[in-house]
Design a protein around this ligand. Structure first.
Ligand SMILES: NC(=O)c1ccc[n+]([C@@H]2O[C@H](COP(=O)([O-])OP(=O)(O)OC[C@H]3O[C@@H](n4cnc5c(N)ncnc54)[C@H](OP(=O)(O)O)[C@@H]3O)[C@@H](O)[C@H]2O)c1
Length: 273
């Protein structure tokens, strides 16, 4: 049975994806940060857990080495784990910005770099980066998070060219809005300093948080996982897959109306201007 490595299977999209592939009979290697929290989880098939905190420099390469020695060469690698920052850039600490880029970009790229030689030797495979609708457009106060997803989009496009030489397909999956813990970890916790927003930012942050809270019809993690599974199994060389609620319509609107008109529209709604 094929082997799939998925980072961040404790909750949300990664969890649903791991369950889906396990149910299909694939061998899933999933990463978590805290294995003790997963002790009671009943997986619907074979899910082998590895521990990795991708905020640690070198964790991606160490994870790849453990996967190769303990489980073999993955047929599919899904960089799903991600972390989200909410707040004005001016208020952010350089350390938190660096952590967002390490978890969302640098260590995922290290995982790919470390696994590519073995995948090439095995005859190829598929690399999937879970980016975001925010990897194609930027939402205020999600600037650092969205910029990290833009960076992962950039790597995905470049690697699409480079890894094709080794018969490794690269896919960027771009979720819109999915109801997962990632949102609670940011906007709803904004009462924690420094997310109140200093100086001129407070009212606009409130407006943005209200907008975030008002988004209805978000996809479930299972719905998103189903669309991502279809992308993973697509044998074509397609690179980008907008998935889940609002991703396709928002990208279409931006293409039709142009960047600036859409930015002005959202600016007036989000920033109270
Ligand atoms: N939900 C959405 O609307 C949405 C939209 C666009 C893109 N995405 C992307 O989809 C992916 C999955 O997110 P989700 O919505 O399913 O959120 P989630 O439920 O919070 O899942 C995120 C996963 O990443 C793991 N993770 C976070 N920080 C980590 C670190 N330092 N090291 C290793 N693992 C870490 C989490 O582990 P812990 O349990 O230990 O925190 C969790 O397993 C992310 O890349 C996210 O950016 C989500």
């Amino acid at each position: 049975m094929p082997l799939i490595l998925i980072t961040g299977v404790s909750t949300g999209i990664g969890r649903a994806l791991a369950e889906r592939f396990a149910r299909d009979g694939w061998t899933v290697v999933g990463t978590v940060r805290d294995a003790a929290k997963m002790a009671d989880v009943q997986w619907p098939g074979e899910v082998r857990l590895e521990t990795a905190d991708l905020a640690q420099r070198g964790s991606g390469r160490a994870l790849a080495a453990r996967v190769l020695s303990a489980h073999g060469t993955p047929d599919v690698v899904v960089n799903n784990a991600g972390t989200l920052e909410f707040g004005p850039v001016e208020d952010e600490s350089p350390d938190s910005a660096e952590e967002v880029f390490r978890v969302n970009v640098f260590e995922p790229v290290e995982i790919i770099r470390a696994l590519a030689p073995a995948m090439r030797t095995a005859g190829g495979g598929t690399v999937v980066n879970v980016t975001s609708l925010g990897g194609r457009m930027v939402f205020p106060f999600f600037t650092t998070y969205n910029s990290s997803k833009h960076a992962l989009e950039g790597y995905s496009e470049g690697l699409w060219h480079e890894l094709q030489l080794s018969k490794i397909r690269v896919k960027a999956v771009e979720p819109g809005f999915v109801e997962t813990a990632v949102w609670g970890k940011s906007v709803r916790n904004r009462g924690d300093s420094p997310y109140q927003g200093s100086g001129p930012y407070g009212p606009a942050m409130e407006a943005m948080a209200r907008f975030e809270g008002s988004i209805s019809n978000r996809s479930t993690p299972e719905q998103a996982a189903e669309e991502i599974r279809t992308a993973i199994l697509d044998p074509s060389d397609r690179l980008r897959y907008p998935v889940a609620s609002y991703a396709r319509p928002m990208l279409r609107a931006r293409r039709w109306l142009g960047d600036l008109r859409v930015m002005r529209f959202f600016h007036s709604r989000w920033m109270g201007k």
